[in-house]
Design a protein around this ligand. Sequence first.
Ligand code: CUA
Length: 312
Amino acid sequence: MDPNGTLFFPGQSSTIASEVDLLFHFVLYLSIFFFALVTGGSFYFAFKYRKKGKDKFTPGISHNTPLEIFWTVIPTILVFIIFIWGFKTYLKMKVPPANAIEVKVTGQKWFWTFKYKEGANTTNELVVPVNKPIRLLMSSKDVIHSFFVPNFRVKMDVLPNRYTTLWFEAVEIGEFDLFCAEYCGTGHSEMIGKVKVVSDADYQAWLASSGGGSDLTPEEWGKELYKSKACFTCHSIDGNPGVGPTFSGAFGREETLADGNTITVDENYIRKSILEPQAQVVQGFQPVMPTYQGILKDEEIDALIAFLKTLK
Ligand code: CUA
């Protein structure tokens, strides 16, 4: 198959993809064949043995043992083929190689965070080396989400209070879409990310340099964080309200809170809203923001504040 995919399928970008597709197509074409056979046969016989005259019924045929055996044995064999084939592929997808690189994945409304044991920590962007098995250890902070990368043909639910795992090995360098495939509330359709597959050398370099942002001004870094930490999912910068208040003109604005008090949006209010989002919610908005405690470092919060100040 074309690496870029076809009209019906995305490209096969993991080791398991072609195997999954082959089994899928086997079941699909087998089903189409029997569908045509059964419906075609029904129409043909309904026409051939239709009632023509008054007494022209075909004499009753009630049983044919060889025929019964034939149409029982053939489908049973086919079902066994599908089961054994499917189970083998399932086991392969379920059991990661022992040398797999482990990344901790957290799903929450409405973004993904990835933690590497080397210390790197990303939002909505999973960076992995090509041709290496990757094992994801996943859990949710709130409701059920589902981790789905169509190009890799892998999907697994991500649950609160329990770990689920998934593994894959990417076979080509590139960026692949990551979706949440379980309806999880208002921002479900925005819960999207990328899997960035890079060469092993680039991966090592990325691990060593991650956490960076040092070559940017605080304002530029804040703008990067606004995108990479998925703030944009709920907070626009064009003045339109989303799930949360717009960032446009937010700094210095007077806001009425849910409890009726008014505040001025300053550095401390922004910091508190990031770390304790439920403490001072602006009137008219739901208290749905997750805390970024442990996700954003102090310098990153400083950079976001600097960025907000630029939005008039
Ligand atoms: Cu998370 Cu849908």
